[in-house]
Design a protein around this ligand. Structure first.
Ligand SMILES: NC(=O)C1=CN([C@@H]2O[C@H](COP(=O)(O)OP(=O)(O)OC[C@H]3O[C@@H](n4cnc5c(N)ncnc54)[C@H](OP(=O)(O)O)[C@@H]3O)[C@@H](O)[C@H]2O)C=CC1
Ligand SMILES: O=C(O)[C@@H]1CCC=N1
Length: 269
């Protein structure tokens, strides 16, 4: 079957839809994209919302020259078994699944298929994503450039050795959840002290956005920026003392190590 320049997104859940919408915002035409989705009502919803064709995994694997795998790690073995018979070495496979190694994917596909492993994150939905990409055994520069082109549609992209991907997953893949957790806690604190929820929410969200911008635009170390907020004998010093007493720094270290370990375990499952 003749190849087209189509990109197929296999598994259009949270992350698959995020990538799809980003590619469309970046100027890809709906005809250049295919998606697969096993629930009929979700398929209809996506077709109506984005104007892209929803096809079977086998059709996607037969038609598109780039296959982006965005199913849960646990669903990856079945998906690979389904598409392996139709994949050719001229196609590129880009996997966004946490924990799943390029070696695992290569071992279930025909010899020679180029596999790129990516760890994206959900701020890609607003074009502020952070993605890290790693090459599989059969990748050359052109495959990495192709993957960078896809991910750059929704934010920043860096290259990392694959052995760093579990740590990347723990930091930037899961990272937005930690920030939202902190935001939730700060809003709750505001409400606890009597602020209307909407006021607390506006104060916290703008503080997070402003702090992120300050980090990015000044390039200063976070410790320096924190010290500038911390007046001697003042309010911030009192708050930071509580955070240290409650071992919040150690809790972050443990939490992020747990995410890294879970990423490693997903590969073994
Ligand atoms: N969410 C995130 O922040 C991030 C996710 N990832 C990775 O992205 C992947 C997807 O995660 P996420 O989007 O959160 O999960 P979701 O459950 O939202 O999406 C997975 C989608 O794949 C569909 N699916 C499962 N099996 C098949 C199949 N055989 N054929 C077609 N579609 C299938 C599921 O359908 P159904 O609903 O019927 O189960 C679902 O719509 C994971 O591997 C995860 O590690 C990576 C970085 C960040
Ligand atoms: O929680 C997860 O497993 C996925 C991978 C990184 C973010 N979400």
């Amino acid at each position: 079957m003749a190849m087209t320049s189509q990109v197929a997104i296999l598994g259009a859940g949270v992350m698959g839809e995020t990538l799809l919408s980003g590619l469309l915002r970046a100027g890809r035409r709906p005809e250049e994209l295919l998606i697969t989705e096993r629930r009929a009502e979700r398929a209809t919803e996506l077709r109506e919302r984005y104007g892209v064709d929803v096809v079977t995994n086998v059709d996607a694997a037969a038609k598109a020259d780039t296959l982006v795998l965005v199913v849960k790690p646990q669903d990856m073995p079945d998906l690979l078994a389904e598409i392996a018979p139709v994949i050719q070495p001229s196609q590129t496979v880009v996997s966004l699944a946490a924990g799943i190694t390029t070696g695992f994917i290569e071992s279930r596909l025909p010899e020679g298929v180029a596999v790129v492993r990516v760890m994206p994150n959900t701020p890609a939905l607003v074009d502020e994503g952070m993605a890290a990409i790693s090459r599989g055994a059969h990748c050359d520069e052109s495959h990495l450039v192709l993957a960078e082109g896809l991910l750059a549609a929704t934010g920043r992209v860096i290259r990392v050795p694959e052995k760093q991907q579990d740590a990347v997953t723990a930091i930037s893949g899961s990272g937005p959840a930690y920030i939202f957790f902190v935001v939730e806690a700060m809003i709750e604190a505001g409400v606890h002290m009597g602020l209307p929820r909407s006021t607390a929410s506006e104060l916290v969200v703008q503080t997070v956005v402003g702090s992120a911008k300050l980090l990015r635009e000044t390039g200063e170390h976070p410790t320096v920026l924190r010290e500038r907020v911390t007046s001697p004998g003042g309010t911030t010093a009192a708050a930071v003392r509580e955070l240290e007493d409650h071992k919040v720094r150690a809790a972050f270290l443990s939490a992020i190590e747990a995410a890294r370990n879970r990423s490693r375990a997903l590969a073994a499952e």
